[in-house]
Design a binder for this molecule. Sequence first.
Ligand SMILES: [Zn+2]
Ligand SMILES: [Zn+2]
Length: 320
Amino acid sequence: MKALWLENNQLQLRADVPVPEPPPGEALVRVVRAGICNTDLELLQGYYPYTGILGHEFVGIVEQGPEELVGQRVVGEINAVCGRCRFCRSGQPTHCENRTVLGIVNRNGAFAEYLTLPVENLHRVPESVPTDAATFTEPVAAALEIQQQVPVRPEHRVLVVGDGKLGQLVAQTLALTGCDLQVVGRHRDKLANLAARGIQTNLADAVTERTFDLSVECTGNPEGFAIARRALRPRGTLVLKSTYAGQLTFDASSLVVDEITLVGSRCGPFPPALDLLAAGRVDVAPLIHARYTLNEGLAAFDRAKKRGVLKVLLEMSADS
Ligand SMILES: [Zn+2]
Ligand SMILES: [Zn+2]
């Protein structure tokens, strides 16, 4: 089969990758559509060692697996877990010590004609959710993880730093809580997407200091961290939603003095993400900036790397 293969920081389109054989408990999924995420771009730059097929945001159709799933449109949680280690047993499977992660850690990903995942990871896509929208289930779930970790209520002043792919979804999901939300970024056109939904936006340098109860850093760069930090009132909470290239330097003493809570945040729950997409309460259409076929995968990555480009989709096969 064809696949976008990463090896030694080089991405190549291969046509000689065998179609995977699902091991016991896993399903074979024909990939229909997939999204390129910043994590893919970071893997390409070698921030984490990985060799194999990239891609973890996808919609597919089950070709082999339990009868009730065969022929169904599905999305899949990306952590494949052991179920036996201390973190699995204590109800924290996304922290499984033996996990593989689709297209990220020791498991071939979605930029291919086929993938396999444990059956328990798969969720049927409701009829009412178009395939394009369903491709965003994984990042919408990751955005919702914030609300699993930190209470967000209407009286809270909340700042989202970053107007990129992740910041857009974080902002849209936080807005649903009714909190007093502001998003800052550097791109007027991207902020306009959010302003059109009634979300307050501002340019990054216009943040009022020591004001917000909660700030969410979605840029992955040290400047974004500094803005999110400055914006917090004493005893505020800083959520880190992006990974950082290299080390981050910050004034730890000021966190002590201001009694700031730092929260790292990663993967989130799929069912509420699918519910929001089904109800049309999160609008991903303005985030889609380009589409390519798998054959044009290298061009798709070049496009995704360009400044100001939001989501680039890869179209593998028909969604029926
Ligand atoms: Zn991602
Ligand atoms: Zn485990």
